[in-house]
Design a protein around this ligand. Structure first.
Ligand SMILES: *Cc1c(COP(=O)(O)O)cnc(C)c1O
Length: 376
């Protein structure tokens, strides 16, 4: 590559992160390689202890992925066929798939237009006799408004499971996500704020019985070896991923600080444009898994940036209720349906350099100005 051609800027770049701590990761990898022990051993136990402490929760259970974390938590609460679980439609559809895998029915609620997280008033409208749980999603790293959700849950005797797959380390009114509801679910997919070198997930909870049931469910429903007491799965976190995650957990606060600094810089640099910028609620300490702007000129901006080697993405182009598998529910969610055509995720990862970010904001400002002068 010629020296004066700037390299491509990605939306997320786990490779850059792993390269920055390559030696630490390599020694963890070698430790596991040489141990001869690869499933459910001291690496998983050590990571679970460290991750529970980080989340300020009593227990953490390592799993194969975040979708399973949702499924196994619901199963641990004995939620399944005939039951309804209310969650936002504006999320990774995997949130809903985690519900469907139990046999329970996902019921979609609309979002708050300011924070993009689930609207408690719409949850209230969707509660029926069959409702058993609420699954708020801390989307883009911004916590959902938990207090009204917990109040609804108390009134209607519902379980609250936080989908914290995009929010490792975020706080709601000072409390770490994953420690606020009855349980929290996490993904360690490589691009998440805490990402493995492959798949991984976890459940956090203060309830020792739920932790124990999830532990059994991930390992064939066994209470003791060869004694299967629950209809379990195989969803164990590997020793190798656990060892790598322990290395990375020690950096997570610094990485989240870097994400917040990048977000602050974007918000300042783009303040004069007519882009809709992320808002932070008074209750929130977000971790900016994504930095999502809103624009009516999305296609023009995306292609102008791409021409300059700057990638953007759309999280998500449709609500889960608009997906082919869930469309038959025939729900209408006005806020979700209006924002999905306008949202755009900008490059956001801790290793994004000042120079790269300056290139993004400079090119984006030009693209916004150009889009405005060209009639649609
Ligand atoms: C990533 C993600 C999931 C699914 O996690 P996997 O580890 O990919 O199974 C669920 N919910 C949300 C909000 C996510 O971002």
């Amino acid at each position: 590559m010629s020296a004066n051609v700037p390299s491509k800027i990605l939306v997320s770049d786990p490779g850059a992160q792993n390269a920055a701590i390559r030696d630490e990761l390599a020694s963890a990898l070698e430790r596991v390689l040489d141990s001869g022990w690869y499933i459910l051993g001291q690496e998983v136990e050590a990571f679970e202890r460290a991750f529970a402490a980080y989340c300020e929760a009593e227990h953490a259970v390592g799993l194969n992925n975040g979708t399973d974390a949702i499924t196994l938590t619901l199963l641990a609460f004995e939620i399944g066929p005939g039951d309804e679980v209310i969650l936002p439609s504006h999320t990774a559809t995997f949130s809903a798939l985690g519900v469907s895998a139990t046999g329970a029915t996902p019921v979609f609620a609309d979002i708050n237009e300011t924070t993009y997280t689930v609207d408690p008033a719409d949850i209230a409208r969707k509660i029926t006799k069959r409702t058993k749980a609420i699954l708020p999603v801390h989307l883009y790293g911004h916590p959902a408004d938990m207090d009204p959700i917990l109040a609804l849950a108390k009134t209607h005797k519902l379980v609250v499971i936080e989908d914290a797959c995009q929010a490792h380390g975020a706080r709601y009114k000072g409390k770490r996500v994953g420690s606020i509801g009855h349980a929290g679910t996490f993904s360690f997919y490589p691009t998440k704020n805490l990402g493995a070198l492959g798949d991984g997930g976890a459940v956090t909870t203060n309830d020792p019985e739920i932790a124990e049931r999830v532990r059994q469910l991930r390992h064939g429903g066994q209470r003791a070896r060869y004694e299967h007491v629950l209809l379990g799965r195989n969803s164990r976190l590997d020793e190798l991923q656990a060892a790598l995650l322990s290395v990375k957990l020690a950096h997570l606060d610094a990485w989240n600080d870097a994400r917040r600094a990048i977000a602050a810089e974007y918000s300042q640099a783009l303040a004069e444009t007519d882009l809709g910028l992320p808002q932070v609620a008074a209750w929130a300490e977000p971790v900016f898994h994504l930095y999502v702007v809103r624009t009516k000129e999305r296609e023009a901006l995306q292609s102008a940036l791409l021409a300059q080697g700057i990638a953007t993405q759309i999280h998500y182009p449709q609500g889960a209720h608009q997906q082919p598998i869930y469309r038959k529910t025939g729900q209408t969610l006005p806020v979700t349906e209006s924002i999905v055509d306008e949202i755009l995720s900008l490059p956001m990862y801790p290793e994004l350099t000042d120079k790269q970010q300056a290139r993004v904001t400079e090119r984006l400002k030009i693209a916004v100005a150009t889009a405005q002068t060209v009639p649609a």
